[in-house]
Every structure is written in C-alpha cells, then in structure tokens.
Design a protein around this ligand. Structure first.
Ligand code: MG
Ligand code: ZN
Length: 365
C-alpha cells in the first residue's frame, strides 16, 4: 500500500530553535554514525552477541526522522550533511545546502573555535558520510574534489581509505599526500604502518590511509575501527586544551545490508559497537565528553522473524535500498539529556552546536 506523505515534503524547514542548555556542557563531542544502522540492525547485533552491547551503557535514547529535502528516503550525503550543518539538502549533496551553497559544518566551527577535529571511517575517507563534515561538493561522486577540500582545513586527524583520491588524481596533477606532508602531517598507509604499531606524535596532525580505495570487509582483516577510536580520542585530547570534535563512522553496515548479507551486517554492527565501547570508556574516564550514537538511515528493511526453532531468528530483508523508518539516537555524558524525544536529523547539529556554545552561523539557505 502506498501512503502519501506530502506533509513532510511540503513543510518548509526553518532553522532548528536554539537549545536551552541548563546542565553541564561537554568539552568534547564524539559523534558515532552507523551507516544504515537502524533499530533492527542493532537488535540483530544484540541477539547475535549474546551479551549486552556497549551502546546499552547510554543513559538517553531518542529517535530521528531521516528524510532529505526532497526525498522521504535519504542518501548518506544528505543524511550526514543534516548532522554536519543542520540543513535538509538534496540526496547526493556533500556539505552544501539545497541551493548547492556550502554550509559551515560542526567540524569547521570546532576548528574556528580552536578545538581539535577528527574523522574516522571504515570506508574511503572521501565517502559521503565523513566527506559531509569537511568538504563542500555538489555531487558525492566527486571523490577527488572532496579529497582536495581536506587541504583547505586544518583537520587534526583522519583515518580511512581512499588514498588514491589524494595521490593518483586524474582531475589535476596534485599529489595531496605530499601536500599533507608539506603542511606538517604525519601520513601513514596500511602497507607500511599497521595502525596498532603506531604511537602518533601529538605535535603533528595525523593521517592514516587504510586502503587505496575502500577497505575490505572484516573477514579480510580489517579490524581497525575500535583501535582507531581509541587512538583518535587519546590523540585529539592532547591536540587542544579547548576540546575536540570527532566523528567515527561504521561505514559498512550499510553495504552489508544493501547486499542483504546477514552475517556481514551483524559483524559490522558488532565492530561499530566495539568502537562505541572505546568512545564510552574514554568519556567515562574523561568526564567532559559527550558521546552520541546514531544512523543516517536504515538500510534493507531488515526484519527479525520467527525461525523454525523458538530460540533462533530468521533475519530477512524487504529491500536492497534505504528505508524511511526513524532511527535511534543514544547519548552518554554531559549534555546527553538533550537527545531524548523524537526530532529531525538536523537537530543533531543544533544540539551539538549549542552544547559547545558555538555561535549560530549566518544562514545560507
Ligand atoms: Mg557512509
Ligand atoms: Zn546505502
């Protein structure tokens, strides 16, 4: 049955109202995005894990609506741009509003305010989710243009794949890996320097490439997400006395669900949850860190159905694409109380901005 949902699409979104912050404010924010990780994916991870997930330590839960400016079903570019900039935009947009104008991201605002900043992903670092926090490109497919935007910032740390978009470019002859080094970055790649063998020098910004293109699946030996979460939090804490903003993406839950691959989806959820555990342990020890866990959308219309045996589940998919179902938000630490309730994905940005105490940027949309 098709239901009209015109109400949402015809509604003109205005800027989210400022958040009334009454409790303790966080100095650091770690935003963890499970791409395609809806409530069913998390439930599947819980049942498969056989013990509590790390994210269950969160004290507050909420739900967000994920639709983009013109589509009830978002893509990861519009979804991440809503988190990064607080505006609804079109599917495929990277850090630009619906008129294709650049929107100032929470990462850029953090940088302007003297905080340290970082991005970690299990995809190419130029992929839609991390890209939306640092780049301003009308089309998510322009990975080389996205890579070039990294050089326009002073991001303190990034970890992910996609090295070829930096150093084997067809749109220009720039070697962005060399340019990063010239800017003072310590740049490492997966071949020479496994992440677990590195102790980064906090006096230099840090870049680690996990793959030439996209890192492989967990089964092929990719196990860096929890490690990267631990390294990034410790590193960023040393980089600025004013605090930090860090986005960590479990990128491949989405890919596993597009492929309707249940074992891989569960493994990716548990890998993401292990990174959540690292973030929460850091926040617990630090006492000034807010951890937010959410998803850009659900993927696959995953369902947990009765199997023949009463103590097992038959995990099925309704779709090969994204769905419009609301997705959960979990929060831990100072400011977590702001994240209960039902709200729009753009409010994730507003809440972070107001908890940091950053100014409201001049609106371009
Ligand atoms: Mg993604
Ligand atoms: Zn997807």
């Amino acid at each position: 049955m098709v239901i009209p949902a015109l109400l949402l699409l015809s509604f003109q979104y205005s800027a989210e109202p400022p958040v009334q912050v009454t409790g303790k404010k966080p100095k650091n924010i770690i935003l963890l995005i499970g791409d395609g990780t809806g409530l069913t994916q998390i439930s599947a991870g819980m049942y498969a894990h056989g013990k509590q997930l790390e994210l269950e330590q969160c004290t507050v839960t909420g739900l967000i609506l994920t639709h983009s400016a013109k589509h009830l079903i978002t893509d990861s570019g519009a979804g991440a741009t809503a988190f990064a900039c607080g505006c609804k935009t079109y599917n495929g947009a990277i850090g630009v509003d619906k008129h294709k104008k650049p929107c100032l991201s929470i990462l850029e605002q953090a940088e302007q305010q003297g905080l340290a900043t970082g991005l970690v992903a299990t995809s190419s670092i130029t992929h839609a989710t991390p890209a939306s926090f640092i780049a301003h490109v009308p089309d998510r497919a322009d990975a080389q243009a996205i890579a070039a935007d990294f050089l326009k910032t002073d991001i303190d740390l990034f970890i992910g794949g996609g090295m070829k978009y930096f150093n084997a470019r067809s749109i220009d002859q720039r070697d962005l890996v060399q340019e990063l080094k010239d800017k003072g970055y310590a740049v490492y790649d997966y071949n020479q320097s496994p992440l677990n063998a590195l102790t980064p020098d906090a006096n230099k910004p840090f870049a680690w490439f996990s793959a030439e293109e996209e890192p492989g699946q967990i089964d092929e030996g990719r196990d860096y997400l929890p490690l990267a979460a631990r390294l990034a939090t410790g590193f960023l804490k040393k980089r600025s006395e004013k605090g930090f903003f860090l986005m960590i993406e479990g990128s491949q839950v989405d890919w596993a669900c597009h492929a309707n691959d249940v074992p891989r989806a569960v493994k990716e959820v548990l890998d993401f949850d292990a990174a959540i555990g690292e973030a929460i342990r850091f926040a617990e020890a630090d006492g000034e860190t807010l951890v937010i866990i959410t998803a850009d959308h659900e993927t696959g219309g995953m369902a947990l159905e009765q199997s023949r045996s009463p103590d097992s589940l038959d995990i099925t998919f309704m779709s090969k694409g994204h769905t419009a179902t609301m997705v959960p938000v979990f929060a831990y630490g100072p400011g977590a109380e702001q994240f209960g309730g039902v709200y729009d994905n753009t409010a994730i940005y507003t809440k972070m901005r107001d908890l940091y105490g950053f100014p409201v940027p001049e609106k371009s949309n």
